[in-house]
Ligand binder design. Structure first.
Ligand code: GDP
Ligand code: ZN
Length: 297
């Protein structure tokens, strides 16, 4: 029996005690894993018999739990859609963009619920601040308005996921983009590996016209792992060009340094005071992480 032949595949679902692997042949099969084996959806694996060998990852997306613990959510994603709707807390988008870039993913913005009149004000603000920096899709997951450009974007071979606070419409958007999703979720949660009922931790869905989406249940907050102050200063949306060309000091933290182009922009209204305060909060977090790392060494 050719049980020890090596087969290459992709982890498309994770059930805690087993993963579903989509092989290059097109076959799908469940493979047992130990709990906390470290495999996640999006991992490229080589399966030999019952043993999974994980290949090197291109990107890693992590979430942070209520206690500050960091958990890997998905591997090898290309893009991260930050979903906003009226009422999204200010600062969420900037934080998410920094986290996405830190994880090696290209962020884009989805402004959902454009059918609601109260989304107009948010839309105008997002358009003027982020329109030139990030891909922006204004749409309604419920009416379907504006969804086609997002489909086209994902179709360009992108593998992505959505993040956003509870109630912004992530599930509605996933269902609108993957029509087979409801059915599939039902099928998968009935899968019985050990005689116990297992629930899907996370799954990768191929979109009808191309592209792939990973659903990320319970993803609320980001782990800003392994990020340095200079990376934060380079990745905060709108600071990119300013930092390289205009601050007096190369390693400017944009806090109290003289000749700081970011603070000039805040003074002249080019960057809002609110967004600058978000930056300072993130800066404080990253500095605390750096100090903790130094104490350990
Ligand atoms: P999630 O928590 O981010 O997954 O959000 P849901 O997809 O569960 O949606 C939360 C609520 O917002 C539900 O009542 C949806 O019907 C509603 N909703 C989602 N998308 C839209 C939209 O485009 N327009 C309007 N008006 N409501 C929406
Ligand atoms: Zn500066």
């Amino acid at each position: 029996q050719g049980n020890d032949t090596a087969e290459n595949g992709l982890i498309v679902s994770h059930f805690g005690v087993a993963v579903e692997v989509l092989f290059e042949t097109g076959e799908r099969r469940m493979v047992k894993v130990k709990r906390n084996s470290g495999h996640v959806v999006g991992d490229q694996v080589t399966v030999v018999g019952e043993v999974l060998h994980r290949r090197a990852r291109r990107t890693e997306l992590s979430r942070r739990d209520a206690r500050g613990g960091i958990h890997l959510v998905a591997a090898n994603l290309d893009v991260l859609g930050v979903v906003l709707a009226p009422g999204t807390p200010s600062g969420f988008l900037d934080r998410a963009v920094v986290a996405a870039r830190a994880a090696g993913l290209s962020p884009f913005v989805v402004l959902n619920k454009c059918d609601l009149p109260e989304s107009e004000e948010l839309g105008a603000m997002i358009g003027s601040v982020y329109g030139a920096i990030l891909p922006l899709f204004t749409l309604s997951a419920v009416t379907g308005a504006g969804i086609e450009p997002l489909r086209d974007f994902l179709r360009q071979g992108h593998r992505g996921a959505f993040v956003g606070t509870t109630g912004v419409g992530k599930s509605s958007l996933m269902n609108a983009l993957c029509p087979e999703l409801n059915l599939k979720v039902g099928e998968l949660s009935d899968y019985n590996w050990t005689g116990r009922h297992t629930t899907t931790v996370s799954s990768l869905h191929a979109l009808p016209g191309g592209g792939e989406l990973v659903d990320t249940p319970g993803f609320r907050d980001f782990g800003l792992v392994d990020i340095t102050v200079s990376e934060l200063a380079a990745w905060f949306p709108g600071f990119e060009a300013l930092k390289d060309h205009r601050c007096r000091f190369n390693d400017c933290r944009h806090r109290r340094e003289p000749g700081c182009a970011v603070r000039d922009e805040v003074g002249s209204g080019g960057i809002s005071e609110e967004r600058y305060q978000t930056y300072l909060v993130l800066l404080g977090e990253v500095e605390a992480l750096e100090e903790a790392a130094q104490r350990r060494n």
